[in-house]
Design a protein around this ligand. Structure first.
Ligand code: SF4
Ligand code: MG
Length: 325
């Protein structure tokens, strides 16, 4: 069956300009040949440190940035070939939730207007139906209908994110790209918002592309998890596989930093040497090689392919073919 979303060899570079004429001095490969799929109703978590290209991946899929290369298909249809008007229509089914709900909500709009706007844009319902829909949206995200007449600054961070979620839900999307939706919230509020997102997923058969910088945030909500490093996807697997049996040395290091509540389980923290290199000047071969505890000669020359090691557990690492090295 056709996946809901199919991303193939996605690339997005940003030019680096400088000097008095704004000459192009180089480029940042923010997303460098990334491939994955999202099925109907599933959550794919994407994890990586800041600057790894995870947000850019999400935004490029929605064409908030134009991709440099590759293919993005939604329900089998290429999004990259759509004209402006067709893409606007496609966004009805592909919505986004942002990290900072305050920055993404118009401070001069009342909540009722924030929630009604997408319905007007997409010509959904008449005046009365839209007003009812706004009440319904407030209800499903756990806000009071009294809140409709208030402005974003009159809400807490968690409530604002509920408004952002309600707005994303308004057009009845099939996929929501959630870019670090709980990172700006207090830990106690994070789990409330995550639980809400899980409930809504079930209720509305939503798929999520859930972007986070922390493996522990995506652990419970994700069906599968992808790990990005320097613009590349280095590992992608079912949640259980990834957390129990991480195969890429970078994932192993990230995993070793996640606290385990069970005191019986002993694990050693893997401390990575060096800083994340600049995406404008990524290392040759495997981008992780300057920090990798298992680096081999081939790693410095040849970029490892992102390959299925069995059961949909994808890894980009030469250790996977060690017998042949
Ligand atoms: Fe480490 Fe080499 Fe694997 Fe890269 S390819 S993660 S450097 S072992
Ligand atoms: Mg980001």
């Amino acid at each position: 069956t056709t996946p809901l979303l199919e991303v193939r060899n996605l690339k997005k570079s940003f030019p680096i300009r400088g000097g008095i004429f704004g000459r192009k001095l180089g480029e940042i490969k923010a997303v460098d040949d990334v491939s994955f799929t999202v099925k109907n109703g599933e959550t794919l978590g994407i994890v990586g440190e800041s600057g790894c290209g995870k947000s850019t991946t999400g935004r490029t899929i929605l064409r908030l940035y134009e991709p440099t290369g590759g293919e993005v298909k939604f329900e089998g249809r290429s999004l990259l070939r759509l004209g402006t008007e067709e893409m606007r229509q496609a966004r009805r089914e592909l919505q986004m939730i942002f990290q900072d709900p305050f920055a993404s909500l118009n401070p001069r709009q009342k909540v009722a207007d924030i929630l009604e706007e997408p319905l007007i844009v997409h010509k959904m319902g008449d005046d009365r139906e839209r007003k009812e829909q706004v009440q319904e949206l407030l209800r499903v995200v756990g806000l009071d209908k009294m809140h409709a007449g208030r402005y974003p600054h009159q809400f807490s961070g968690g409530q604002r994110q509920r408004i952002g979620i309600a707005r994303a839900l308004s057009t009845k999307p099939k996929l929501i790209v959630a870019d670090e939706p709980v990172s700006a919230l207090d830990v106690s509020i994070q789990s409330q918002v995550l639980n809400l997102m899980a409930d809504l997923q079930e209720q509305f058969e939503l798929a999520y592309l859930f972007i986070a910088h922390d493996l522990s945030v995506v652990k419970h909500i994700s069906d599968r998890v992808g790990v990005m490093y320097l613009g590349q996807m280095v590992e992608l697997a079912d949640r259980e596989d990834l957390y129990r049996n991480p195969l890429h040395p970078y994932t192993q290091a990230l995993m070793s930093a996640v606290p385990i509540p069970d005191p019986e389980v002993k694990k050693e923290r893997i401390i990575l040497g060096g800083d994340v290199p600049s995406p404008s000047n990524p290392p040759k071969g495997c981008a992780f090689h300057p920090r990798c505890p298992h680096v081999m000669e081939i790693c410095k020359e040849v970029r490892p392919a992102f390959e299925d090691q069995g059961g949909g557990h994808f890894v980009a690492c030469h250790l996977m073919n060690k017998a042949e090295v």
